[in-house]
Write a protein of this length. Structure first.
Length: 127
C-alpha cells in the first residue's frame, strides 16, 4: 500500500501545464494537469535529449517536449511513434482537490537518470 505524500492543490498546477517537484536526489518530477483536471506525473526529462517536459505544452493526455516537439504520453511516459523512448512515470492521485505522490517512488524511483550535459563539444582526448 503506497504511503501518499501531499504535494500541492490541483489549483496550484496551471491548466494545460505542469508544476515541478524537487527531490533530495535525482531529477525533478513534473506533475501535469489537463483540461479535464486529470493529473499525471513523469520524470521531468524527455527520453530524446533530456528536455524539461514541465515546460512543454499539454495536449489532452500528452505533453510536447519544448526542445524538439516529441510527444510523450502522460499516462505511460511513452514517446508517440515514429519516435521511440520512455520517460519514467510516477504514481499520482487526486483526492479532495489535493495532489499526492507515492513517497517511496518519489525517494527511490529513476534516480540513475541524469540531466544531459550541456556545453561546448570537444573531441575525445582533446584538452
Amino acid at each position: 500500500m503506497p504511503d501518499w505524500q501531499a504535494i500541492c492543490m490541483l489549483d496550484d498546477i496551471p491548466m494545460l501545464g505542469a508544476r515541478r517537484v524537487a527531490r533530495a536526489q535525482g531529477l525533478d518530477v513534473a506533475i501535469f494537469r489537463n483540461r479535464e483536471d486529470e493529473v499525471f506525473a513523469l520524470l521531468d526529462r524527455c527520453p530524446h535529449k533530456g528536455g524539461p517536459l514541465s515546460q512543454g505544452l499539454v495536449l489532452g493526455r500528452s505533453v510536447a517536449c519544448p526542445l524538439h516537439n516529441w510527444t510523450i504520453g502522460l499516462g505511460d511516459g511513452q514517446a508517440t511513434a515514429p519516435d521511440e523512448g520512455c520517460t519514467p512515470r510516477f504514481a499520482v492521485k487526486l483526492e479532495d482537490g489535493a495532489v499526492y505522490l507515492d513517497a517511496h517512488e518519489l525517494a527511490h524511483h529513476a534516480l540513475e537518470l541524469q540531466a544531459p550535459m550541456a556545453g561546448p563539444a570537444r573531441r575525445c582526448g582533446a584538452r
